[in-house]
Design a binder for this molecule. Structure first.
Ligand code: TPP
Length: 290
């Protein structure tokens, strides 16, 4: 048994092929580049979250989800719900990489009239819910997963939430309902970057031992390095093999991953970077190994 990931049901998975890791790494790098280009246009943003969560969205959209960027209204598509609306930058960066939006649109991020709003709204193509009122995404995901079952379509629902959202009671009401209804086509992804608006999550109100909490609520829970493409691929593979329980993947990530200038910011929840520093940040990304 892996001591950092003591799953109730131990499932042996084959290591992902190196070619797959290589192609996903290139996509993740391009998504991070898109994030920086969007933030550069705005001058300030939730850029640390975007860089930190880029690997999760890469594996989801380029490998795991049943998703066709040319048929956004395909009724059988897997649903990605961005509960954390303020992470919109990484969703738009990913959808642009998938060809849903032209790259020229990136610089409009956050401007009046842009489709790229700082908190994602369902009026933008590819965005399933209007998130951002934090703590409500998992309830919406439970409703959609029940809808999937009732309609017989069998699409899966992926709900992306943050460690800060685990401090909200509504999240746990939804968790209880999901286990009650045995929603095994619901997968929650928690971005645990140990940061929230007022400082470190571990200082404001710790969520640990968080894996035990999810298990106590009846979920299959895994804890992984959310910046490891290998661990993400294996966790999704494991999640697919589990039945009769909703699943959560606790993704421990580094805010600003791939750009030391941003990784090292102490108050990384919402950052401003001097205009000349954006090009430095882009160079740092090129030089980094992520
Ligand atoms: C219900 C609600 N309360 C407060 C806010 C304001 N707010 C926006 S982001 C944020 C921080 C949430 O924590 P987390 O997502 O873990 O922070 P991050 O990782 O982005 O630093 C807060 C409190 C909100 N959007 N919704």
């Amino acid at each position: 048994m892996n001591p950092t990931n003591p799953n109730k049901l131990e499932v042996k998975q084959n290591p992902p092929p190196p070619e797959l890791i290589h192609s996903l790494r290139l996509k993740a790098r391009q998504i991070r580049r898109n994030v920086l280009l969007m933030a550069k246009g705005k001058g300030e943003d939730y850029v640390g979250q975007g860089l930190g969560a880029a690997d999760i969205l890469t594996v989801l959209y380029f490998h795991e989800m049943r998703f066709d960027p040319h048929r956004l209204d395909w009724p059988d598509r897997d649903r990605f719900l961005l509960s954390t609306g303020h992470y919109s930058i990484v969703l738009f960066a990913t959808l642009t990489e998938l060809g849903v939006f032209p790259p020229e649109e990136l610089s409009s991020y956050g401007a009046d009239g842009s489709r790229f709003e700082m908190s994602a709204c369902e009026t933008t193509p590819g965005v399933e819910i209007t998130g951002g009122s934090l703590g409500h995404g998992l309830s919406q995901a439970v409703g959609m997963a029940l809808g999937s079952r009732l309609s017989g379509r069998k699409f899966r629902v992926f709900n992306f939430l943050s460690d800060g959202e685990l401090q909200e009671g509504a999240t746990w009401e939804a968790a209880m309902a999901a286990a009650h209804y045995k929603l095994d086509h619901l997968i929650a992804l928690v971005d645990i970057n140990n940061m929230q608006a007022d400082g470190k999550t571990s200082d404001v109100m710790t969520i640990e031992p968080v894996i035990d909490k999810w298990r106590a609520f009846g979920w299959h829970a895994q804890r992984i390095d959310g910046n490891s493409l290998e661990e993400l691929l294996i966790a999704f593979q494991t999640a697919r093999s589990i039945q009769n329980q909703p699943k959560v993947i606790l993704c421990y990530t580094l805010m600003g991953k791939g750009v030391p200038l941003i990784e090292q910011k102490p108050k990384a929840h919402f950052i401003r970077v001097e205009p000349h520093e954006w090009d430095f940040a882009l160079r740092q990304l090129e030089e980094s190994k992520v």
